[in-house]
Design a binder for this molecule. Structure first.
Ligand code: BG6
Length: 484
């Protein structure tokens, strides 16, 4: 399904995203043999530089081990089909110039077909002018055109709708690929298989068996250097409203009629529509303070000294449908915590009392990162001459089970999907709309739009989060397993 005669244009080629994610992913795909035959990659940005300087930069973006001779040779090959064009983001002539360059390299193709994939690794302030200029000046008339855009897709429901409708004036939904890179992560892609290819799990996947669900994102570093951007958005817009809500929708959706992109996304939208806006009382907000020799959020020079922007948030969502009525879904995310971890923790209900007392609950944990794993906390008889039950784990850790498989990076998986025209793991317009509906009221409250903004509780850099967290999750019925 990969189209030959494809040019990939990376706009924002000298920015952070291109450097950390886009180019390494393109190179990874090339190494694995997953780029279209005869592909060309064109970097575009404002910085003036020639191909030699651009190639030097690319080499610094692509990491291969010192003794990886094959990797080094592949980088040299990769550079042969990568080019650079400099130009502005808001003026037509720059894009005419880009188009001329594209036509020039495409003229070497054997057939008349010309496909173009535009990757916007750009700040939101220039999304719209760039999308418009590409459409008007650099759109291929003889092939498929696609555009990849990155979050943030607005700041609330209203601004998201403005952004969506402006983009739609130039690009159809079919041509548009909105990235939420969590949808490209291996374990997130595994959720549908785990749920729908296993009768044993599927049968217990509802309010009758499940007590509560936590979806957790933890990062061990603060905003370091990104304070300016972060302060405008906060942890809810950065992580919960997109990455964690996407995971939640896949955990809770009904079985899609097929694996087609529209069938999957229809079910995701349906379950999201059953979630009312988050209540203030279901929210815990935190902000990290200096500790363990590390600076606090407010010590960051790029952050206003009196900022009340949350760097930690826990929110509980409720789904009003027959499967999930009454089950709390706790989404929590924080910066500057004690570890790097993203996981889904599904806690089952207590066994009915009678023969057992104080028995731990079953828990199914999907560890998204680091070290992908699925494990189930299970009670077993303690081996030996007794009848005591003990909590144990049935553990599927990918590194041990799939020893010679390289797990693809999220961006590799997603760029390949976009090249193939598969929208399953991209965010549809109506999904975005409903996601903002759930979060907008709480965000407006946090932004101080309708009264004084709430003050986040402090937590020390490097800790597990606000000390209030323990009682927050207990309120929703979470019980620690006895052996914890
Ligand atoms: C991004 C956020 O979307 O996701 C960052 O803007 C965050 O703040 C990042 O660090 C986390 O991604 P990953 O893949 O490292 O979990």
């Amino acid at each position: 399904q990969l189209k030959d005669n494809t040019v990939i244009v990376v706009l924002g080629a000298s920015g952070d995203l291109a450097k950390k994610k886009t180019y390494p992913a393109l190179f990874g795909l090339y190494r694995m043999g997953f780029l279209p035959r005869d592909v060309k990659i064109v970097g575009y940005a404002r910085t003036k530089m020639d191909d030699a300087e651009y190639h030097k930069r690319i080499t610094s973006y692509l990491k291969v081990a010192d003794d990886d001779a094959d990797g080094k040779a592949k980088i040299e090959e990769f550079k042969k089909f990568t080019f650079y064009v400099s130009g502005g983001y808001e003026d037509g002539p720059s894009f005419e110039n880009l188009n001329k360059f594209l036509e020039e390299i495409e003229s070497k193709y054997q057939s008349k077909e010309r496909n173009r994939l535009f990757y916007l690794a750009l700040p939101p302030s220039v999304f719209i002018p760039v999308a418009q200029h590409i459409r008007e000046q650099a759109y291929s008339k003889d092939g498929i055109n696609r555009i990849i855009v990155e979050k943030p897709f607005g700041k609330d429901l209203e601004s998201c709708r403005v952004l969506l409708s402006s983009l739609k004036q130039h690009w159809t939904e079919d041509e548009t690929f909105r990235i939420d890179h969590y949808l490209g992560k291996e374990m997130v892609k595994n959720i549908l298989v785990l749920r729908f290819a296993n009768v044993a799990l599927n049968a217990a996947w509802d309010k009758n068996s499940i007590s509560n669900v936590q979806i957790t994102f933890k990062e061990p570093f603060g905003t370091e250097g990104r304070g300016g951007y972060f302060d405008e958005f906060g942890i809810i817009r950065d992580i919960l409203q997109n990455h964690l809500l996407q995971v939640l929708s896949i955990i809770t959706m009904e079985r899609p009629v097929s694996f087609s992109a529209e069938d999957i996304r229809d079910e995701k939208v349906k379950v999201l529509r059953a979630i009312p806006p988050i209540e203030r009382s279901d929210t815990l907000l935190g902000q990290y303070v200096a500790a363990n020799g590390k600076p606090g959020y407010l010590d960051d020079d790029t952050v206003p000294h009196n900022s009340v922007c949350p760097t930690y948030a826990a929110t509980t969502l409720w789904i009003h449908n027959p499967r999930w009525e009454g089950v709390p879904f706790i989404l929590k995310a924080g910066k500057a915590l004690n570890e790097a971890k993203v996981e889904v923790r599904i806690q089952f209900k207590d066994v009915t009392q009678g023969i057992f007392k104080d028995i731990s609950r079953n828990e199914l944990v999907l560890r998204i990162q680091p070290s992908e794993a699925v494990y189930l906390k299970l009670n077993t008889k303690t081996p030996g001459l007794n009848t005591r039950a003990i909590p144990t784990e049935m553990d599927l850790t990918y590194k041990r089970r799939f020893t010679d498989i390289k797990i693809p990076e999220a961006y590799e998986a997603l760029i390949l999907d976009a090249l193939r025209g598969d929208h399953s793991n991209f965010v549809r317009d109506d999904e975005l709309d409903v996601a903002w509906k759930i979060f907008t009221p709480i965000l407006h409250w946090i932004d101080g739009k309708n009264g004084p903004a709430p003050k986040p509780v402090p937590y020390p850099y490097g800790s597990r989060g606000p000390k209030e967290l323990e009682s927050f999750i207990a309120k929703y019925g979470y019980k620690r397993t006895v052996a914890d």
